[in-house]
Design a protein around this ligand. Structure first.
Ligand code: NAG
Ligand code: NAG
Ligand code: NAG
Ligand code: NAG
Ligand code: NAG
Ligand code: NAG
Ligand code: NAG
Ligand code: NAG
Ligand code: NAG
Length: 703
């Protein structure tokens, strides 16, 4: 416990030290009369007096070389206001968002080393600017004069900058309609970056520049692509980035662009372009990034539209494009750009694509490292992603209807580091459904997690990887209880118990099955078992009774016959024997109702001197008779003398001839009960003699 407290203190100490270091970097260095801090200084000459409502320049530290006075109430900059600035070596001055109407040329002229001047958003007019520019530092590199509501642009403004080293010029957020830059690049021979966004320009005219690399004409009123190409060649042969987004351009006239051999990035987003034809970007040799998102009228991409070996990045998101077979040739739409690495087609209709079509789509651009198919109405994760995009590093599939991540989905994506699956329909995830590689970002927020024992792995994973999991824990919530996964109290033990119970259930099921099997086995072999029991019993009885005495016999003969034969046996044998004073037991007649059949059978068989088996086909098929046969045979074996009398009522057919019956009849030691009157009479006499003899020899002494 103490160790943890110590550790916590240590960490806090580090945080404090770190914080104070930051604090030391920027500390208040200029105060007003009431000791309220006005400016913050960082050791390297940077003084920041932004947002203090200042209408004067306060006394600044001598070391100040870069001064920021943004968002104050300065109105006029002249020699007077300079008094508190002791150091003329300023290289950076930001007086944007003030109320400056006038800047004297003496003021500007003082800063001979000024490199960056930011005059954005001040009520300065063209004329005022012109005068102040006249005395500006020749070392100026960056000039920002955006947001001045200048209504027209004229070259004269920049004439004073002729021969300057200026590289960046900001002219955005004014109200230019025409841009007449016929001379601008004659003066600004080093200009690389020109911002003209947020104006009303619909006519762009400029002189040739070999230095210009970046031109922004975003958010203007252009109705077509300005003529950057003419018979005289490219206006800006070294232009690398061109922004003509947010204009009213409806036809992308590539003839005005195709000469820009060094163009790397083209932004045509938020224009009214309707189609991109085949080979649109084919002639732009270096074009690598195309931004064409949110084009309201965009409805068709021809096959090979992006045919370009240099294209690496395409963004056509937010276009309501139908990625659907008759509407688009899925297999050819991204043909011809084999070096594409980044593709954003999010917020288009992708939901109709089948797995095979995703395969066709991605097979042409298999080098992708980044794919965004968010908000695409997807209901499943395309197989083509793991099958084709083996270089993938970042996958964004947010805001779809995906409810399942196929196990092993990320197994082939060895380089994946960023996964966005937020706002889908995922209910749970386990280790098979996430990559084993080290992730930098994982976003699973806003999924309707089902919080049962299956979620335990995920909860653990999220806790362990907190730092890379976006929106954790606040937006990882159980769909039903609205509890945060983090706060969930599913006891691991109770889940384990659950497992145990299921094991118990499985075991009991198995036992029940086993018991059933045993019972059915027992049932099938019940006679054998009963017989076995009988044998045990028999030995015991024998032991108790000592030598079996004739006086113990209650009957002379026990007759076993099948039910179908009973009538025949009764009238032909039993009645005849009884007429001859033979004491007969036949269970069909003599069994005492209520007593257990098996017990009475055993008792009476044991209590009879002879056991007569009346064999017939029905006898052989009867299980009860079979049982009686076994018991009789066993008894004859134990008693050592023949107690068995076998009577054959009919010929036993071969199908019924089992081993036992065979044994009983094989020695011809049986009485054949012929239906013939004479023969049956003979048989009866034989029988009576057999039983009667015994009767007299054994029974008589005791009587
Ligand atoms: C110089 O700074 C002081 C306070 O710092 C201020 O009162 C004064 O008006 C400033 N002077 C000028 C000319 O701005
Ligand atoms: C330019 O600025 C310097 C320094 O303030 C000043 O001496 C000079 O008169 C200014 N020149 C013009 C033409 O305003
Ligand atoms: C710009 O300056 C150059 C010399 O640096 C000069 O030859 C040229 O005439 C000037 N242009 C204008 C319009 O003043
Ligand atoms: C243009 O002005 C608007 C409104 O004042 C502001 O929000 C925007 O950031 C400005 N843009 C630029 C490029 O200065
Ligand atoms: C562009 O400006 C030049 C020089 O001012 C002029 O000669 C030319 O006619 C202009 N072109 C257009 C299309 O306005
Ligand atoms: C292209 O323009 C759009 C619309 O103005 C903007 O949102 C986007 O960031 C731009 N893209 C690039 C790469 O500059
Ligand atoms: C794709 O571009 C290449 C190179 O410019 C060209 O040779 C080929 O014909 C184009 N393919 C199609 C189908 O237009
Ligand atoms: C993974 O990235 C590394 C380095 O970026 C690369 O060398 C390797 O080829 C990539 N592996 C796969 C399977 O794309
Ligand atoms: C992981 O999740 C998948 C899909 O829901 C399931 O098929 C699999 O059995 C789970 N594996 C484990 C070990 O829970």
């Amino acid at each position: 416990m103490e160790k943890y407290i110590l550790l916590a203190c240590f960490i806090q100490l580090i945080v404090i030290c770190h914080g104070s270091k930051e604090y030391r970097l920027r500390q208040p260095c200029v105060f007003d009369s009431s000791r309220k801090p006005l400016c913050w200084c960082s050791g390297d000459g940077y003084t920041d007096c932004s947002g203090q409502g200042l209408n004067y320049i306060p006394v600044l530290p001598k070391t100040t070389t870069r001064l920021k006075l943004r968002n104050n109430h300065l109105e006029i900059l002249n020699v007077e206001t300079l008094k508190n600035i002791s150091n003329n070596q300023l290289t950076y001055l930001d007086v944007s968002k003030n109320r400056i109407k006038k800047i004297d040329s003496d003021f500007i002229g003082v800063f001979k080393r000024l490199q960056t001047l930011d005059l954005n958003v001040n009520p300065l007019t063209n004329e005022e600017l012109k005068t102040s520019m006249k005395n500006i530092s020749t070392s100026l590199q960056k000039l920002f004069i955006s947001g001045l509501t200048l209504s027209h642009f004229d070259d004269d403004l920049l004439k004073p900058l002729n021969g300057s080293k200026i590289t960046v010029l900001g002219l955005s957020n004014n109200s230019f309609h025409d841009f007449n830059g016929g001379h601008i690049f004659n003066y600004l021979k080093h200009l690389t970056t020109l911002y003209l966004s947020y104006n009303h320009i619909n006519n762009f005219n400029a002189s040739r520049s070999y230095s210009l690399k970046q031109l922004s004409l975003s958010r203007n009123d252009l109705t077509e692509v300005p003529p950057f190409c003419s018979t005289a060649g490219a206006l800006f042969p070294n232009l690398e980035q061109l922004y003509i987004d947010q204009n009213c351009i409806s036809v992308l006239n590539m003839n005005n662009l195709n000469c820009l051999d060094n163009l790397i990035l083209l932004n045509i987003s938020e224009t009214r372009i309707e189609t991109l034809g085949s080979n649109t970007f084919n002639k732009l040799k270096r074009l690598s990034a195309l931004s064409a998102h949110y084009m309201e009228s965009f409805n068709y991409i021809e096959p090979f539209a992006f045919n370009s070996s240099s294209l690496e990045k395409i963004n056509i998101r937010d276009n309501n494009l139908q990625f659907k077979v008759p509407k688009m040739d899925i297999s050819l739409v991204f043909s011809g750009c084999p070096n594409l690495k980044i593709l954003d087609i999010s917020n288009n209709f992708l939901g109709n694509l089948r797995n095979a079509e995703w395969g066709l789509l991605f097979s042409k651009i298999s080098k992708l490292t980044y794919v965004d198919i968010s908000r695409g109405y997807l209901l499943y994760l395309p197989n083509a992603i793991p099958n084709v995009l083996h270089n993938l590093k970042e996958l964004r599939v947010s805001d779809n209807g995906i409810d399942f991540v196929p196990p092993g989905y990320f197994n082939t994506l060895h380089n994946i580091t960023d996964i966005y699956l937020n706002s889908n329909k995922l209910t749970t995830l386990n280790h098979t459904q996430l990559p084993t590689t080290k992730l930098h970002h994982l976003n699973l927020a806003y999924n309707p997690f089902v919080c049962d024992c299956n979620i335990l792995w995920l909860i653990n994973y999220l806790k362990l990887h907190k730092r890379i999991v976006s929106y954790y824990p606040s937006h990882y919530i159980c769909a039903d209880t609205k509890l945060r996964l983090e706060d969930l109290n599913i006891e691991k033990r109770s889940c384990l118990i659950g497992e145990q119970t299921s094991t118990i259930i499985k075991c009991s099921c198995f036992s029940v099955m086993l018991i059933l099997v045993i019972i059915s086995g027992v049932y099938r072999n019940r006679w054998r078992l009963r017989y076995f029991m009988y044998i045990l019993n028999y030995k015991r009885r024998k032991y108790i009774n000592g030598n079996m005495k004739s006086s113990n016999f209650s009957h002379d003969v026990y007759i076993s016959c099948s039910e179908p034969d009973f009538n025949f046996v009764y009238s032909n044998i039993v009645e005849k024997l009884e007429e001859n004073n033979v004491n007969v037991y036949i269970s069909e007649r003599d069994a005492v109702g209520g007593s257990l059949k098996i017990t009475s059978t055993l008792e009476n068989m044991d209590g009879s001197r002879f056991v007569m088996l009346c064999l017939s086909n029905s006898y052989v098929q009867d299980h009860w008779c079979e049982y009686e046969t076994y018991m009789a045979m066993e008894r004859s074996i134990y008693e050592g003398h023949d107690v068995l009398i076998v009577v054959l009522l009919e010929d036993i057919s071969s199908v019924n001839m089992n081993k036992t019956i065979h044994k009983l009849v094989k020695n011809n030691d049986f009485i054949l009960w012929d239906t013939n009157e004479d023969a049956s009479h003979l048989s009866l006499r034989r029988l009576v003699r057999l039983i009667g003899d015994e009767n007299t020899t054994i029974r008589s002494p005791s009587t």
